[in-house]
Design a protein around this ligand. Sequence first.
Ligand code: HEC
Ligand code: HEC
Length: 296
Amino acid sequence: MADLSGFWNLYVMVLVGLSLAFCLFVLLSNNKRESGPVELHGHVWDEDLAEYNNPLPRWWLYLFWITLIFSIVYLALYPGFGRVQGALGWSSVGQYEAEIQRAEERFGPIFAKYRDMDVAAVAADAEAQGMGRRLFLTYCAQCHGSDARGARGFPNLTDGGWHWGGEPAAISATITNGRTGVMPALGTALGGEGVRDVANYVRSLNGLAHDSLRAQRGADLFQQNCSACHGVEAKGNPMLGAPDLTDNNWLWGSSEASIIETINQGRMNRMPGFGEFLGEDKVHLLTAYVWSLSRR
Ligand code: HEC
Ligand code: HEC
């Protein structure tokens, strides 16, 4: 609506008005009742097909009148004539909202039933878990996978390793408000050798093959450049979404090359918020479902 500024509003009104006036003009000018002396128009097709100037058939003309009247009535009732709302006040947004509200009234109580139960109790309820699973398949599976095991850059929600915390309150906050994990690009600060050293240190923390000389040098670099977010012991910080770098659980890959890429380029990763869209009751069901996934 907003971009239908003064000019476009007028433009649409003039266009609609002119089209209707033109239709009216064509109709009136063909409205003669009597067929005068039958004459040929003078147009000839396909050697001998000629056109007479007979009046249009009545029923045909009436159809045109009806469509013209219909369009005027339509424009009086519904939006279409520039910014004029129409007498019924109908809008696609309004219709959408009314449908949503009807669905809320019908299905709302089914979801609300679990509102006051704590997450563990909801997770133990087979019916609630079924709903949670269906919600997950509808809204979350495209990113996290239908088995919730994620993919590169999209966290696995079943493995018990959390960037933002795995307690019910943390999961609920993640789903409600979304999260943005930002790992800064530190390639230039560390230099090529420094990045390799610290990458080897990170691999050493996970019991992965590494160059121990590099890892030793990398330990200092880690304290200086990384510990503010990942912690002195590299156990991560859920306040920042900085992952534990000692649990051999990887979002972007564990190879030296992947870790070097993470440090060089940084990572910016966003989980969209669903609180407003789904409402508290559905978020609660989803929280219980996600919480239970890593506890099976
Ligand atoms: C558009 C893709 C996308 C959709 C849809 C999506 N997520 Fe996410 N989600 C992500 C990304 C990316 C992250 C990682 C954010 C980060 O790295 O900080 C994430 C993170 C999470 C986390 C935090 C994991 C952790 O380690 O702390 C949870 C929990 C989660 N999502 C649950 C859900 C649920 C439940 C839904 C469905 C309502 C959902 N997500 C829908 C992309 C998505
Ligand atoms: C400003 C905070 C911050 C600093 C400083 C930082 N990181 Fe990160 N790091 C993060 C966050 C947040 C993520 C998660 C990114 C995401 O959600 O995908 C991350 C992710 C990573 C990952 C990917 C883990 C995986 O599962 O694939 C590695 C490896 C990593 N950091 C190593 C380092 C190293 C090494 C340094 C120091 C040279 C460092 N980080 C400095 C915040 C930080």
